[in-house]
Design a protein around this ligand. Structure first.
Ligand code: ZN
Ligand code: ZN
Length: 356
């Protein structure tokens, strides 16, 4: 029984290209009590591998968080299988706006402690006691209310390229930091203000809303299905789009363009740009924003130091990396002192100073 991937990303990309079939990029999550995550994980892998499903899926005692690429031809079978799992019957599937057959190149189903790294102790509050879910239309009305504080629950590199107008975008590296900062800044307003939050697909708000209710906030709302679902609804119902820029996503595509506004800047020259890249130096892999000119000039590197290193042979580079540990993390925080146009606002954070 084959329970793990055997093809490399490159081999997979070739196969997808040869097949020439359309694939859908889908995400979903569900908090549910899973008695044996390992058995559940194996069941998912075996079933989905047969359907040529690819993606990154986390399974834990607390539920499942999945980002997938599914062949359009197999979608009905995939959906049928989901519906056979009691807690996933009719689960909301967020389908990506932009098509890309190469959004995922492997099927990785992993057992984790948590389905979102939240740094919280689960026993302290009830995750199911969450905020009021609002759909796009109601969300649009709600955020016009002057008594609302609209908070982006994502990290700095996500909100930097796109966010809702008038949202507070904490300059944080982790979800955990955000939770504390927002609570501290709003501690006088737990009862009078309406706290409205959003994230990419809704999963982070699921936790955050329950957490803030536990902390005494009386009016907590969350955007149902996150930005992905919001944009779908805006298109389907012809609503006003209040999201500017791009939606950062956690697959090979990196982002989806939602509006034509380019709200970020190249971290190297300061020109308008909103495309994230990873430094070409394998030992660095810093995630940062780079414009096309700098990309060419710097050969996709974050610094001249990294640029020097990529001129070395593969063996020389490997020798240099020895003992440095694995930094091959494509979503590394994206902060570096040598990037002159990466604003670091952590010390002057003020939750009521709204973003432009
Ligand atoms: Zn540039
Ligand atoms: Zn670098």
């Amino acid at each position: 029984m084959q329970l793990y991937n055997t093809l490399s990303a490159k081999e997979r990309a070739t196969l997808i290209e040869q097949a020439g079939k359309e694939r859908l990029t889908i995400s979903f999550y569900k908090y549910a009590k899973i008695e044996n995550p390992e058995i559940f994980r194996n069941h998912l892998f075996l079933t989905w591998d047969k359907l040529d499903v690819l993606g990154r899926i986390y399974v834990a005692y607390e539920g499942i968080n999945a980002q997938l690429s599914v062949p359009a031809d197999n979608f009905n079978q995939f959906k049928y299988h989901l519906d056979t799992i009691s807690f996933l019957e009719n689960v909301r599937l967020n389908i990506a706006i932009e098509h890309d057959n190469f959004s995922f190149l492997k099927l990785k189903v992993k057992v984790r402690d948590k389905i979102v790294a939240d740094g919280l102790n689960d026993d302290t509050f009830d995750v199911t006691n969450r905020g009021i879910h609002v759909e796009a239309e109601q969300f649009n009305e709600l955020i016009d209310d002057p008594n609302v504080v609209l908070v982006d629950m994502r990290n700095h590199y996500e909100s930097e390229i796109g966010h809702f107008k008038n949202a507070v975008t904490p300059d944080v590296d982790t979800f955990r930091e955000s939770l504390d900062l927002i609570e501290a800044d709003l501690k006088e307003h737990k009862e009078d203000k309406k706290l409205v939050m959003y994230c990419t697909g809704g999963i982070r708000c699921e936790k955050a809303s329950a957490y803030y209710k536990h902390k005494g906030f009386k009016n907590v709302y969350q955007l149902e299905g996150g930005i992905i679902n919001y944009v779908r609804q805006v298109e389907a119902k012809g609503l006003e789009n209040k999201f500017i820029g791009k939606n950062f996503v956690f697959d090979e595509r990196r982002s989806e363009r939602i509006s034509e506004d380019v709200i970020a800047h190249c971290h190297q020259c300061g020109e308008p740009a909103d495309l994230h890249t990873n430094c070409a130096n394998e030992a660095c892999h810093l995630l940062f924003i780079q414009c096309d000119d700098c990309k060419e000039k710097m050969e996709n590197c974050c610094s001249s130091h990294c640029q020097e290193i990529i001129q070395l042979t593969f063996e020389e580079q490997k020798a240099l990396r020895k003992g440095q540990g694995n930094s091959n993390d494509i979503f590394k925080k994206g902060r570096a002192d040598h990037l002159p146009y990466k604003k670091d606002l952590r010390n002057i954070f003020d939750v009521f100073k709204k973003s432009e």
